[in-house]
Design a protein around this ligand. Sequence first.
Ligand code: ATP
Ligand code: MG
Length: 157
Amino acid sequence: ERVEYIHFINHIVDRFEMNLKEGLSIERYLPKGECYVWIDSDKLTQVLDNIISNAIKYSPEGGKINVEVIQENHRLLTQVSDEGVGIPEDNVEKIFDRFYRVDKARSRQLGGTGLGLAISKEMIEAHDGKIWAKSKENKGTTITFSLPLMRKKRGSN
Ligand code: ATP
Ligand code: MG
């Protein structure tokens, strides 16, 4: 379905802000205008839920999370950054593998199955997008995904 992405993402972030842990904050950096994408909004909601809940889960007290949307020529980038524990450089690619979790002990404490990002990757690729991670240990993590942008001022599609 055709979805106005800025409205869509605001709605998701609003929902997280309503019951955010003490001390954490989410900042939004969003384009002014409207951005139309052709997505399965249930699946994209699942992707964003996982990425944002990871950012929250691995953030320290007082951490800031940024949600940024960048409009390029033909694609839309969505970037979620945190100031959390980060991921060792050698493991950054592996976080998209099924059941992979950095530091088993820590992860077990925090809960989860290690499937979230593997599923997110499948869903983004099914939307002709890409997803990748940048991270520095003890500095933070940025997860970015792209989605094809629909052309403006075109009739129905
Ligand atoms: P699930 O999402 O299934 O509940 P999970 O969150 O552990 O479990 P993924 O979302 O697939 O699984 O993430 C895989 C692993 O990548 C996590 O266990 C964690 O070690 C690491 N990871 C993911 N996001 C972050 C982040 N923002 N900061 C630090 N580590 C992260
Ligand atoms: Mg997860």
